[in-house]
Write a protein that binds this ligand. Sequence first.
Ligand code: MF3
Ligand code: CO
Ligand code: CO
Length: 284
Amino acid sequence: MAHCWCGSGLPYEDCHKKSDLRLEALHKKGERVPPKTLVKNAAQIEGIRRASKINSLVLDAVAEKIRVGMTTGEIDRIVDRTTRALGGIPAPLNYEGFPKSVCTSVNDVVCHGIPSDGVVLKEGDIVNVDCTTIVDGFYGDASRMFTFGPLSPAAEKLVRVTKESVEIAVEHLYPCCHLGDVGFYIDRHARKNGFSVVREIGGHGCGLKMHEEPYVCHIGKKGKGMVLVPGMIFTIEPMINEGSPLFTVDKTDGWQVRTIDGGLSAQVEHMILITEEGYEILSA
Ligand code: MF3
Ligand code: CO
Ligand code: CO
């Protein structure tokens, strides 16, 4: 019996055959289908689920310790230490030259904030902590917002709406829905509340590498784009801005992304598996 093309060593019948037939049928119907390599097999899903669980434990450790007066450099050390204690590797460290083990994006920093002993968290701040963990070669990627009250009403609302936008988009996922649905629901909720969505930086397939296809844009058209079939794993991670959706990239470090107008930006990232029944939030 022929082994599956994916290298699992399993008979094709027990591995990707079912999903390959589904892709073929969808393609015949005129749908844009993912390359078959983006559909994970059972062993890969198990590995990615475990990496995601450990990544969530790292975020739990941050949640337990983060407080006003702490520097983002200290958050980096908590993440690095906790990740390694749990048997993982922090993926950001040295990724394309990124200098730290986690991204900490405070206030007007949209994403890719570099932890520093010079950045002290203070009352009124909103900060996104974005962790990516490698466990046995599999990746988990997720981020949470932390806030230090009292917040301005605008900051409070921005963080709430950002969380809600992800929840709404996730609730609308179903087997063989479309990539454009994600952006449609996120952008609609942000705009309804007077906020704007960053278009050029978004989510991504994830699991065997940190960043895989497809690019998940947080602005989109319902029913358009690639079909999301069972076995696909990707992030939803909108960056939602108080004012302009435009941004600049720090010329000195080449990483830190800031809003062009100095307005606040919030982000929440979850990693999602599409299943035969619906979806699973791997980063829950
Ligand atoms: N965790 C980020 C993401 O959600 C990627 C971080 S890349 C790094 O895609 F180099 F900044 F770490
Ligand atoms: Co991500
Ligand atoms: Co991330």
